[in-house]
Structure formats: structure tokens, C-alpha cells
Design a protein around this ligand. Structure first.
Ligand code: NDP
Length: 266
């Protein structure tokens, strides 16, 4: 089985370079596809309280038989719980639903609500060893810079997010936000790597030409582009053949010219 490459976060924790997302899945689909993904070799599962399938994801992890310490599980705090008082309780609730003792990564799902209070709670959970890494999601570059600097300079909290999970695909490459992420040592995680099927991504001529020249699918080319950019992509699928296809991306390399052609699609 392929050993997935990893990226080291600013605190030394390793995150798999490719993961599996479970948004918009029924409970049956989530349980089954998480088990299938882990059997295929994925080791990063991305869920959230708002997906309302944490229990099913937990059952999928159980069913897989893969040891807990070989899996990287990401959860997210929903806006309604974004405050110092509620964040710790919400974290505990997610752990109970997932049937886990800890998460590998806990993200502020959206830049709304009392994000500074919630972050204080996140840092306390992290410093107490209850979660391996903490981060944010859907922060633009400007919001991210403001968040890091306000925490550091005004609130005296030095711990910056280790990850920012944002919508990222060839048609939305987050070039500006990436500069801020690089400045503060924040790893770029990309949701909707296939643009949720929009932009005619699966028939796009540029992507199709590149795919054909490697004997690969367009989906595989897109995920390979993410890996070569150092973006942690978390594709979602409920179909076994696609779950396998999306993981079969470690045996080819896009050339500089092909990477440049994809850069032009932004
Ligand atoms: P994706 O870009 O991953 O697209 C998923 C769609 O593509 C599904 O319709 C799936 O259909 C289809 N698909 C998957 N693989 C292939 C393939 N090889 N060929 C053709 N079609 C394919 O969108 P998501 O929104 O699901 O994003 C991925 C993950 O990112 C989510 O599951 C979630 O974990 C995370 N996310 C985070 C957000 C945030 O706010 N932080 C917001 C949105 C998503 P099928 O299942 O039928 O195969």
C-alpha cells in the first residue's frame, strides 16, 4: 500500500499530503466511505460538527480496523459554538460523537462569531495536549493576518493557526491568501479540490490534455497539482471506484510546464 507523504505543521505534527472529505454524505454513506477510504490507504479524514455525520464517521473508523494513531482526524467548530465558553464543550461533544479520545486537528470552521474567544479555548485545549494541532478555515489572507497579529500583539496569544482550510482548485488557487499563509508558517489545506464539479472541471480541455498525456484522469491531475503545490486536498466521494482513483496519484509527476498551464486557469 502507498505510504502517503506528509507535510510537517509549524508545531512538528505531520499531516498526510492528501485526505478524504465527508461533507454532504448521509450517515450510511459516511460510515461506508470512511471505511472504504481507510482500506484504500487514506489516513486523513475531514469532518465537522455541522456535517452531522460524526457518529457515522466514528463507526467507519472503527470498522476499518486501522489503528487510531495511524489516522489523522480533523473536526471543526461551528459558528454557533464560536466562543470561549462553548468551544471546549463543543470539542468534547465532537469527541464523544466520533468515539475518539482526541482529534489531530481542530479548526474554527468560519471566521464568524467570537473567534478570538474560541481561539483562546483552542489554545488551551492544545496546550493541555487534548488536540494535536489547531487551525482555521475560510479565512481570507487579510482576515488571517489580522487574526494572527491581533492574537499576538493585542491578546498576548503567540500560537498561530497551523492550518487554513480554504476552497482551492485550479479555478480558485488562493494565490494571495497563500502568501499570508507562508508568511506565518500556516499550511494550506484545500476544500472542494474538484470545485464540487463546477467550471466543467471534468471536461476542461487543458486539464484533459494533461491527463491524457499521463494516462490519468482529470481528477487525478488536479489532486497531483495540489500535492506538488503543497496543498493538502481532501476530495470527497461516496463511490468506491472514485475513492480509489483519487488516491492513485503517487505514481506520476506533472512537469513545470504542466504546472504553469494549470496556474493559468486561476
Ligand atoms: P469536491 O470538490 O471534493 O467534489 C465532490 C464531488 O465530486 C462529488 O459530487 C463527487 O461525487 C465528485 N467526485 C469525486 N471524485 C470524482 C472523480 N474522480 N471523478 C468525478 N467526480 C468525482 O467537493 P466537496 O465540497 O465535497 O469538498 C471536499 C471536502 O472538503 C468536503 O467533503 C469537506 O470535508 C471539505 N469541505 C470543507 C468546507 C469548509 O468550509 N471548510 C466546505 C466544503 C467542503 P461522488 O461522491 O458521487 O463521487
Amino acid at each position: 500500500m502507498t505510504n502517503i507523504p506528509t507535510i510537517t505543521l509549524s508545531n512538528g505534527t505531520n499531516i498526510p499530503a492528501l485526505g478524504f472529505g465527508v461533507f454532504q454524505m448521509s450517515n450510511e454513506e459516511a460510515e461506508q466511505s470512511v471505511a472504504t477510504a481507510l482500506a484504500t490507504g487514506y489516513r486523513l479524514i475531514d469532518t465537522a460538527a455541522s456535517y452531522q455525520n460524526e457518529e457515522a464517521v466514528g463507526r467507519g473508523i472503527q470498522r476499518s480496523g486501522v489503528p487510531r494513531d495511524e489516522i489523522f482526524v480533523t473536526g471543526k467548530l461551528w459558528i454557533a459554538d464560536a466562543s470561549y465558553e462553548k468551544a471546549k464543550q463543543a470539542y468534547q461533544t465532537s469527541l464523544e460523537k466520533l468515539g475518539l479520545e482526541y482529534l489531530d486537528l481542530y479548526l474554527l470552521h468560519q471566521p464568524y462569531g467570537d473567534i478570538f474567544g474560541a481561539w483562546k479555548a483552542f489554545v488551551e485545549l492544545y496546550e493541555a495536549g487534548k488536540v494535536k494541532a489547531i487551525g482555521v478555515s475560510n479565512f481570507t489572507g487579510a482576515k488571517l493576518a489580522n487574526f494572527v497579529l491581533t492574537n499576538r500583539k493585542v491578546l498576548g496569544i503567540e500560537t498561530a493557526p497551523m492550518v487554513n482550510q480554504v476552497e482551492t482548485h485550479p479555478f480558485n488557487q488562493e494565490v494571495e491568501a497563500r502568501k499570508i499563509m507562508e508568511e506565518y508558517g500556516i499550511v494550506h489545506e484545500g476544500w472542494a479540490p474538484f470545485a464540487e464539479g463546477h467550471h466543467d472541471i471534468f471536461t476542461h480541455a487543458v486539464l484533459r490534455n494533461i491527463a491524457e498525456s499521463h494516462g490519468k484522469s482529470i481528477g487525478q491531475v488536479v489532486l497531483r497539482w495540489d500535492i506538488q503545490k503543497g496543498i493538502v486536498a481532501i476530495p470527497k466521494s461516496v463511490r468506491k471506484e472514485r475513492i480509489e482513483e483519487n488516491f492513485d496519484v503517487f505514481d506520476f509527476v506533472l512537469s513545470d510546464d504542466e504546472m504553469a498551464q494549470i496556474a493559468d486557469l486561476d
